[in-house]
Design a protein around this ligand. Structure first.
Ligand SMILES: CNc1ncnc2c1ncn2[C@@H]1O[C@H](COP(=O)(O)OP(=O)(O)OP(=O)(O)O)[C@@H](O)[C@H]1O
Length: 165
């Protein structure tokens, strides 16, 4: 008998913008000002609007949160991460991860974050969501990610991890 299809999870997206300066690769991050994960360093991203694809959402979120204009064709899809919050079901969501190396404009502060460039080997992992240290360095080095992370009762610590987004 076929298994029932689980309900679709709320979809979000994130985009790591990379540039090269003085022979070092840098990534655009900012401290999130409001909402889920406020205070953590994050990259531009957010919820998909109804009817929007992850690519469309990431183009819009990058514009809204950093002021940069990116083209859908310049996005590199790097996988999907599922975040499970058994102690706060409303936070459970699935994130499509992108990298982009081409854009127009200069980063400008927004209501969401003040974007700044960080060398990829000095990313502030201790000031990011707890899962980031387990996958972000690999994505910034050119890899992909397909993982599920479960958060504990403190809503901050990863207590379980499995392969597959
Ligand atoms: C739990 N561990 C986590 N680790 C790393 N990154 C996480 C994350 N959980 C959420 N994210 C990121 O956060 C954004 C969505 O957050 P969310 O609050 O839904 O979006 P945001 O407030 O920006 O929404 P709108 O801009 O209003 O759409 C989105 O980029 C997503 O990839």
């Amino acid at each position: 008998m076929p298994l029932p299809t689980p309900p679709a999870l709320p979809q979000v997206c994130v985009c790591y913008l990379l540039r090269e300066r003085d022979g070092r690769v840098e990534v655009l991050l900012g401290r999130k000002k409001h909402g889920l994960g406020a205070g953590y360093f994050v990259a531009p991203g957010g919820k998909l609007e109804p009817g929007e694809s992850a690519v469309e959402a990431v183009v819009r979120e990058v514009r809204e949160e950093s002021g940069l204009e990116i083209e859908a064709s310049d996005l590199e899809a790097r996988g999907v991460i599922t975040y499970l919050f058994p102690h706060r079901e409303a936070w459970t969501q699935q994130s499509s991860v992108f990298v982009c190396r081409t854009w127009r404009g200069e980063p400008v502060p927004s209501d969401e974050l003040d974007p700044e460039w960080h060398p990829v080997d000095e990313v502030p992992l201790d000031q990011m969501w707890d899962d980031a240290r387990r996958w972000l360095p690999g994505v910034l080095a050119g890899g992909s990610v397909s993982r599920t992370f479960a958060f504990g009762a403190d809503l901050a610590t990863v207590v379980g991890e499995s392969r597959g987004g």
